[in-house]
Design a protein around this ligand. Structure first.
Ligand SMILES: O=C(O)Cc1cc(O)ccc1O
Ligand SMILES: [Fe+2]
Length: 451
């Protein structure tokens, strides 16, 4: 439930109360919401004249002919095209897009970073975005980038949208507000937000400083994974995703809109707040989701399943079953498997795995992978539990055991991830990370028996 006041002058749709205050539940629903009564045309999209003198405008998030098509009809004070200057190129040097291969930074390896520290410098959502890795190619709408954000300042009279990507936002510290064209989303650690491609917003600090992770998806949108034999329930349930109700502001102040487009940033001037959508209907919307509502399913007799059972959202690629990105959650849960090495096994993976720690301790890495920290196990590079985790798990008395105080995630992509200069040189890379496997002992002595 939102406990924060709305931005001054913003009018929000009534009717959503209690735990849903300000939000409408259900992933992929065809929503309708209006902040002023009667603003939404009924039975049609394009009346000759809209109520309140609003302009009708469609935001198409998929091709018209996609199955299913995703689009939203907005009824707004002015059409988006009404901006008063041409686009001017600007530089946001820390926000990189694929393809971005830095000649003398090596991406082949197992990497781990301490949390990127806050700085004295005031940073907004735009200036505080720090790209760690990129994969694929933004121009062909394939692949992704992973970022850390450090945000201490709200955007004032400044707005942004990414034509390149949808953003999956995973806060780790502080609270952020996404005041978007379609309404207001407030998020805190253990929640996520999904901001669709093309949607205009500004980001405000509700409680700072703020740090978190972003997965920038250049490809096909995130969707709920196919459940297969798991059936209709558990994992991420559609009703736990929440889209905001309509909220608008009628504010005529000189403002800017920054656009990310083919990896470049451009700014244009505008004489008003673009958050002027009074009513909307459709199925292309931003969402928030509380990761604590994710219902994990796991091994209840023996063995450790593939982590795909913990997929919250998946962004498909053209190859079925081979995701452009899987967003995977390792949350608190019971471990009950008998006669089993319970932590993640040792492995090499064609997919590349970028992990972040939201809070607590991760079972495969009791030391060194700390909240706010990240690791990267790139394509086909071996990794697994460190010595401490291996010894403990191999010798534990196995009863029902609860992994508590733990929440980490993985952005897993079919593409190799390339480190940025920031990730390779400026961010607090742990030079000794690979030593965590160094002391794994040879136990084999040629004689049978479990050792
Ligand atoms: O820690 C990792 O590397 C992530 C991971 C978790 C798991 O349970 C199984 C495989 C895997 O890659
Ligand atoms: Fe892994």
């Amino acid at each position: 439930m939102s406990v924060f006041k709305l931005p001054e002058g913003m009018v929000r749709a009534p009717g959503s109360v209690g735990t849903h205050e300000g939000y409408m539940p259900g992933w992929g629903n065809d929503f309708e919401t209006e902040a002023l009564p009667g603003a939404l045309p009924q039975g049609m999209n394009s009346p000759q004249r809209c109520e309140y003198g609003l302009y009708g405008e469609q935001l198409s998030g998929t091709a018209f002919t996609a199955t299913p098509p995703e689009r939203t009809w907005c009824y707004r004070i002015r059409p988006s095209v009404k901006h008063s200057a041409r686009y001017e190129r600007i530089d946001l040097p820390y926000w990189k897009s694929a393809p971005h291969v830095v000649a003398d930074v090596t991406s082949l390896g197992q990497y781990r970073w301490d949390p990127v520290p806050m700085t004295e410098e005031p940073l907004t959502w735009l200036t505080g975005m720090r790209t760690m890795t990129t994969a694929g190619d933004v121009h062909t709408q394939i692949g992704m980038a992973s970022h850390v954000y450090l945000v201490t300042e709200s955007m004032t009279d400044a707005y942004f949208y990414s034509a390149d990507s949808e953003l999956l936002v995973v806060p780790q510290e502080g609270r952020l507000r996404f005041a978007t064209e379609l309404g207001v989303i407030d998020i805190a650690p253990q929640e996520i937000a999904i901001i669709p491609r093309g949607l205009v917003y500004r980001v405000e600090v509700l409680e700072g400083p703020c740090r978190g992770f972003v997965c920038e998806n250049y490809g096909q949108k995130f969707e709920l994974p196919a459940r297969g034999p798991i059936g209709a329930n558990c994992m991420a349930n559609p009703r736990d995703f929440k889209a905001p109700v309509a909220a608008f502001e009628d504010r005529e102040v000189a403002s800017t809109v920054t656009v990310k487009w083919c990896g470049q940033f451009h700014v244009t001037k505008i004489g008003q707040s673009p958050l002027d959508v009074v009513a909307w209907h459709g199925n292309y919307a931003p969402y928030k989701y509380d990761l604590r509502t994710y219902c994990p399913v796991g091994a209840i007799l023996f063995d450790h399943p593939d982590p795909s059972i913990f997929t919250v959202l998946t962004a498909p690629s053209a190859s079925p079953g081979t995701a452009n990105i899987d967003f995977v959650l390792f949350r608190d849960r019971w471990m009950v498997a008998e006669n089993t090495f319970r932590p993640p096994w040792y492995h090499k993976n064609v997919m590349s795995e970028l992990m972040g720690n939201i809070h607590g301790q991760y079972d495969a890495k009791p030391q060194g992978f700390v909240p706010g920290g990240m690791s990267l196990h790139n394509m086909m590079l071996p990794h697994g539990p460190d010595r401490e985790a291996f010894e403990k798990a191999s010798n534990a008395n196995l009863g029902p055991d609860k992994l508590e105080n733990t929440m980490s995630f993985m952005f897993e992509t079919r593409f190799p991830q390339q480190l940025t200069e920031f990730a390779g040189r400026e961010a607090p890379l742990q030079d000794d990370y690979i030593d965590c496997w160094e002391s794994l002992e040879k136990k084999f002595d040629g004689t049978p028996g479990r050792k």
